[in-house]
Design a protein around this ligand. Structure first.
Ligand code: NAD
Length: 319
């Protein structure tokens, strides 16, 4: 059945792909985005666009919306260490205003973009939702604070909420892909080398306790992620805050990613080994068992070469 959704941050990478999936599923979509890190052309054709801030969501939210999908946030880990106040203000303050607007407008369903960064250094692998949360950056802490806020909102005021804790989102979906500035994600950075926009890729540490010494991460295709959001809308239950990890459950090392980019692009991709970065765990891999059980979701595009090929096609289109 067709419904009307508010997508905050729908001019950004993940929000635009999810908005496009909602439109393709026959829903009505309004994107609310202040374009602080997003792009006007990232808003899918067919969505209504409001250039505005989530802190002013009360101006636009009304009971005609079935749910809010909340992507709007700042998400640069390094910047959050240098300017923590910026992250508390936007991610936490912004979400507090959004939740108040939802309460006033009687919009009682929320899907929130949480992150693997809420866990910090994992105590075991793969990471489960019941594992300890000890974020190592203000970014991760701000996202964890929002998760706690949502838990309270669900208990006290009957919100039906699903937090999706993404691991490393990658790939592209048609016109919609990754364009962070500055870019901090591995696959688009390596692709910049293939495009001649960067001379070499830095490998931060090659002496980790992993098979090839470089960090291992769980890469999930953005279109798989989008499908989980549509399922989360159906799974949201009044009074419950469900938290689900979203990942493929298998990890790839930095060197495996670089090698895959070499194969996909045919470029030699020079690499330079640099010092480890503080707060980079050796291995971050998700257990997505809860998403399987509660959302009936399984990733369909887990092949790394396919993920890289989609990201490469997008990067070439965007120049
Ligand atoms: N990309 C990843 O690998 C990843 C991993 C884990 C979690 N996440 C989370 O997913 C969400 C989307 O990430 P992304 O990679 O698409 O980031 P992005 O920067 O591309 O998108 C965020 C969007 O939110 C908008 N925005 C920010 N603050 C706003 C505000 N106050 N009011 C209105 N709009 C605002 C920005 O303009 C941008 O369009 C974020 O919440 C991020 O923390 C992303």
């Amino acid at each position: 059945m067709s419904a009307k959704y508010l997508v905050t941050g729908g001019a950004g990478y993940v929000g635009s792909v999810v908005a496009q999936h909602l439109i393709e599923a026959g829903h009505e979509v309004t994107v609310l985005d202040n374009l602080s890190t997003g792009f006007r052309e990232g808003v899918p054709a067919g969505a209504t666009f409001i250039e505005g801030d989530i802190r002013d969501a009360a101006k636009w939210l009304d009971s005609s919306y079935a749910a809010v999908l909340h992507f709007a946030a700042f998400s640069q880990v390094g910047e959050s260490v240098a300017k923590p106040e910026k992250y508390w203000d936007n991610n936490v303050g912004g979400t507090m205003a959004l939740l108040a607007a939802m309460r006033d407008a009687h919009v009682r369903t929320l899907v929130f973009s949480s992150t693997a960064a809420t866990y910090g250094e994992p105590v075991s692998t793969p990471i489960k939702e019941t594992d300890p949360t000890a974020p190592t950056s203000p970014y991760g802490a701000s996202k964890l604070a929002v998760d706690h806020m949502i838990t309270g909102e669900a208990k006290a005021h009957g919100l039906g909420a699903v937090s999706l804790r993404y691991f490393n989102v990658a790939g592209a979906y048609g016109e919609f892909g990754e364009r962070h500035d500055p870019e901090s994600h591995l696959i688009p950075l390596v692709l910049q080398v293939a495009q001649g926009r960067r001379e070499a890729i830095s490998v931060f540490g090659d002496d980790y306790a992993t098979p090839d010494g470089t960090c291992v991460r769980d890469y999930i295709h953005v279109a798989d992620l989008a499908e989980a959001h549509l399922r989360a809308l159906d799974a949201a239950t009044p009074g419950e805050h469900l938290i689900c990890n979203l990942g493929n459950g298998s990890g790839f090392s930095v060197r495996e990613v670089i090698e895959t980019v070499r194969q996909v692009t045919g470029h030699p991709i020079p690499e330079v080994v640099a010092a480890r970065r503080g707060g980079d765990p050796a291995v971050l891999v998700a257990s997505a068992a809860t998403a399987h059980e509660r959302l009936g979701w399984r990733p369909a595009r887990a092949d790394l070469a396919g993920i890289v090929a989609d990201a490469w096609a997008f990067a070439q289109r965007k120049g």
